[in-house]
Design a protein around this ligand. Structure first.
Ligand code: HEC
Ligand code: HEC
Length: 263
């Protein structure tokens, strides 16, 4: 927040209370992409918003809310709209806790349409081969492929081109919820790397790098470490040229039509 010299402290306090989120840079959603929060947001949305915006967000008496990001909004703006309501319209303000509003924003973002995918001249046929050689061991598309990483059948419908390039060039930048890396050391000293699928106080379930789902009792492990790095290797320019990346994106873009039927 910018403090103007000499502004009475009391006024600042009121401004802060009334608009805590307008201060400083754009506020990002603490729950973005968090699968559990998205499910919670879905339930909250069904209870509080669906009557006016439609069960699928496509609009009823209220407008379609699946196009907001396509129209260039951001998470914070949607949050504020839901918090404050819309003056002069039936859209009511909400007094729910911030966490609930962010969960609904995460849900709306999850169901929202992203800008039409731009194949940018890539060759989808060549991209299919690049995918089979470099990616399919960990990723499924339309029912085929590995399970260590997320299914990518519908990825071009839910992620922007920039986000996809980021995920491929530098996977550890944003690691998907549900695919966090863990290293386990068993009692006999064996090291196991994998992604965490479930964890409680006593046990941990991991898909290891051979794509086997294994459960371990924590008491039987010598140690386990949650890693910040993604299990996905970086595909820098030496491994994947700009041209190959364009082809790959064009291929992922073609999947979108096949998969959109079940969304
Ligand atoms: C009583 C009906 C009603 C309810 C309940 C309602 N809305 Fe709305 N909402 C509207 C209407 C009508 C508008 C359009 C207001 C305008 O711009 O004239 C709107 C606008 C919006 C917008 C802005 C859309 C845009 O194009 O900028 C968002 C986002 C939104 N609602 C989200 C929600 C969420 C999330 C909930 C549940 C917490 C909710 N609304 C509950 C009726 C409702
Ligand atoms: C060794 C396994 C492995 C290989 C090979 C691999 N990935 Fe991944 N990928 C993962 C894992 C695990 C994640 C989830 C963690 C993360 O987000 O980094 C992931 C995440 C992603 C995401 C993000 C998904 C999302 O929901 O945003 C994209 C996109 C992606 N991979 C594309 C590719 C492409 C394209 C290739 C081939 C050039 C590839 N991956 C190769 C394991 C792999």
């Amino acid at each position: 927040m910018q403090r103007t010299p000499g502004t009475p402290v009391k006024l600042l306090a009121i401004v802060c209370l009334a608009a805590p989120l307008h201060a400083g840079a754009q506020v990002s959603n603490p729950f973005e992409g968090d699968a559990r929060a998205i499910r919670a947001g879905e339930r909250l949305y069904a209870n509080r918003c669906a009557a006016c915006h439609g069960a699928d967000g496509k609009g009823a008496t209220g407008p379609d809310v699946t196009m907001l990001w396509l129209e260039g909004t951001n998470d914070e703006h949607v949050f504020q709209t839901v918090r404050e309501g819309v003056d002069g319209a039936v859209m009511p303000p909400s007094f729910a806790p911030d966490e609930e509003l962010w969960a609904m924003v995460a849900y709306l973002r999850d169901i929202s349409t992203v800008p039409p995918f731009d194949p940018a001249g890539g060759d989808a046929g060549s991209g299919r081969e690049i995918f089979a050689a470099n990616c399919a061991q960990c990723h499924r598309v339309n029912g085929d492929g590995g399970t260590l990483g997320p299914d990518l059948s519908n990825i071009a419908a839910v992620r922007s081109r920039e986000a996809l390039i980021g995920s491929i060039r530098d996977p550890s930048e944003t690691v998907e919820a549900g695919y966090r890396t863990v290293t386990l050391v068993a009692a006999d000293g064996e090291r196991i790397e994998g992604v965490v699928k479930g964890e409680d106080a006593f046990s941990i379930q991991v898909v290891d790098t051979d794509a086997r789902l294994q459960g371990y009792l924590k008491a039987n492990l010598r140690r386990f470490v949650h890693e910040d790095e993604s299990l996905m290797p970086r595909f820098g320019r030496l491994r994947l040229s700009e041209r190959e990346l364009d082809d790959l994106l064009a291929f992922l873009g073609t999947l979108r039509e096949d998969a959109s039927a079940d969304r």
